[in-house]
Design a protein around this ligand. Structure first.
Ligand code: ATP
Ligand code: MG
Ligand code: MG
Ligand code: MG
Length: 538
């Protein structure tokens, strides 16, 4: 492509409201533009990379036996009523009403929709297992959209859903997806870790997150320096409940960030007097949209909890979220409402702030790894994907059953598997840049070669460039040709921002058939004979 004809609106200055490197460089390099808070256009350069990521995802999903389909972003509210999530998903779910007064959700996720599609068809064990995926725009009205594509309100997700007649079958697909995700992120050139995670609003049991390592990441990963053990810090805490650690723990401990209010100390003391079973996380943010407590069989609790609390129940513990934070809690609430409270986790801005625990010890850097191998280290991560074993939560709620070999109706066993496609683009940017701009890995670069004509008004330079361009194209290279009549400084700055792996620079020595070849990564330039270039450039 001739750059003079392309829509690549680069920016010289760093946009004031862009806080992360990926957000700044995607804007400055002309890859994306913001249309509204958390809503972006992918411009031609950015969209080329998105399509390359999608191709990798499709190849690996297909290879793992999944089938692609495309479901609407607009989902009838009735389906969300069937599972109760219309009420419990909270303000993150975007809703709209049509001219007849019928309500729709803009898909934040697709469990309801896919289950409604397959429930009549997957009526026999003979048709199982089945794994279906789509790459579709998702909508989540995030409280704090930020870091550009990292936390958008409209974003691209690959979501897959599998259906099974046994736990073993689900397990098999779960690990096939796990392997596919490893391959996908490796092919994207990402440094990442698969970590034990926490099942959040989706529900279910086993789950791993794929975390791209980056300082800007909102998650903290606890990993062993000598084994494969890696967990989201929240999950790591839940796993590490060794009672022998009890004596070693302090009544009050701050793990990271944030000062504590007196009120929190009072709560900490209240929690100190309780024992076992219930884990309580209290968030001051209203980001949580888990199952409303009032809809849950709160068998672990003495009394119902006030309606403005959110709760997530998992196998071994109950977690309570207060969407307006600690100020809702008085000592009496704590004593009256919870039987067994061991742990309080305050997370006003997603920064971890452990206030109190009892027979519970939070993992710290330098601790022994729970698997006994090595020492715990912390790293920051961006959640780029997650795999879940859902079980029968959705199939039971939506009456999606199959007949087993004995002719008995049973709920379909489900798994679900998501990748943030647009977030992955940002995660790649976080790992592949320098102060000058992007340094794309070869597998994803918008163009493999950037041919730069220093002075296109010079006939020798233009002619040689044109000839090289044609040769590269004939050899199958995807070439961006900077044929613009701009100052060399502008061209080189733009070339750094755009970040193609290799530059071919046609300048003063064009008359001698000599050009320069440079790599974006180390900026090393080498003169070379133009004639031999197209065959040898890599
Ligand atoms: P987060 O914890 O960051 O809010 P999530 O756990 O809510 O993410 P999932 O429900 O697991 O997200 O969705 C699957 C994938 O979609 C995530 O792993 C992530 O890569 C991506 N994703 C989720 N929310 C967003 C968003 N607001 N913007 C961009 N990508 C997102
Ligand atoms: Mg979320
Ligand atoms: Mg998450
Ligand atoms: Mg997730």
């Amino acid at each position: 492509m001739k750059q003079s004809q392309m829509f690549i609106p680069t920016m010289k200055e760093t946009p004031a409201d862009a806080e992360s490197a990926s957000h700044q460089l995607l804007l400055r390099g002309g890859f994306i533009r913001q249309n509204a808070s958390g809503v972006y256009s992918y411009l031609p350069l950015g969209y080329k990379i998105i399509k390359k990521i999608e191709t990798i995802i499709r190849e690996e999903m297909d290879r793992a036996g999944a089938q692609e389909l495309l479901m609407p972003a607009m989902q009838p509210a009735e389906l969300w009523h069937e599972t109760g999530r219309w009420d419990v998903y909270g303000p993150e779910l975007m809703r709209l009403k049509d001219r007849h007064g019928r309500y729709f959700a803009l898909g934040a996720t697709g469990e309801e929709l896919i289950t409604s599609l397959v429930r009549d068809f997957l009526n026999s064990y003979k048709k199982l297992p089945m794994n279906l995926y789509q790459i579709q725009t998702k909508y989540r009205d995030e409280k704090r959209p930020r870091f550009g594509l990292l936390r958008g309100r409209e974003f691209i997700m690959k979501d897959a859903y599998s259906f099974h007649d046994s736990a073993e079958s689900l397990d098999k697909t779960y690990w096939a997806m796990y392997t596919a995700y490893c391959r996908i992120f490796e092919r994207c050139g990402l440094k990442f870790r698969a970590v034990l995670a926490d099942s959040g609003a989706i529900g279910g049991k086993d789950t791993h997150e794929f975390q791209a390592l980056a300082e800007i990441g909102e998650d903290t990963i606890a990993y062993s320096d000598q084994s494969n053990y890696a967990a989201n810090l929240e999950m790591a805490a839940v796993l590490d409940t060794d009672a022998s650690e009890k004596e070693a723990t302090q009544p009050l401990e701050k793990v990271a960030g944030k000062q504590e209010a007196n009120e929190q100390e009072i709560i900490a003391q209240a929690f100190k007097t309780r024992t076992e079973t219930v884990v309580v996380f209290i968030k001051a943010s209203d980001e949580m949209n888990d199952v409303k407590l009032k809809n849950v069989m709160a068998t672990d609790l003495l009394e119902p909890i006030p309606a403005d609390f959110n709760l997530m129940k998992t196998d071994s513990n109950v977690r309570v979220f207060a969407d307006n934070g600690v100020k809702h809690l008085s000592q009496s609430v704590l004593y009256n409402k919870f039987e067994d409270v061991t742990y309080l986790h305050l997370d006003p801005e997603r920064d971890l702030n452990i206030v109190a625990y009892d027979d519970f010890r939070f993992i710290k850097e330098g601790d022994p790894s729970p698997d006994g191998k090595g020492t715990i280290r912390f790293a920051k991560g961006i959640e780029i994907g997650q795999v879940f074993k859902l079980g029968t939560k959705y199939s039971e709620a939506m009456n999606a059953t199959y007949l087993d070999a004995e002719g008995k109706a049973k709920p379909l066993i489900m798994g679900c598997y998501g990748i943030g496609v647009s977030r992955t683009l940002s995660a790649i940017c976080e790992q592949y840049h320098d102060e000058g701009g992007m340094i794309w890995p070869k597998s994803l670069a918008p163009f493999t070669l950037h041919l730069i004509t220093v002075n296109p008004k010079n006939e020798d330079q233009y002619k040689l460039s044109e000839q090289l361009y044609q040769q590269f194209v004939d050899l199958g290279y995807d070439v961006l040709w900077d044929d613009r009549k701009e100052r060399p400084g502008v061209k080189f700055a733009d070339s750094e921002l755009i970040g193609c792996p290799v530059q071919v620079i046609v300048g003063k020595k064009a008359s001698e058939n000599i050009v320069e070849i440079a790599t974006r990564k180390d900026k090393a330039r080498n003169e070379t004979q133009a004639v031999s270039l197209p065959e040898t450039v890599d």
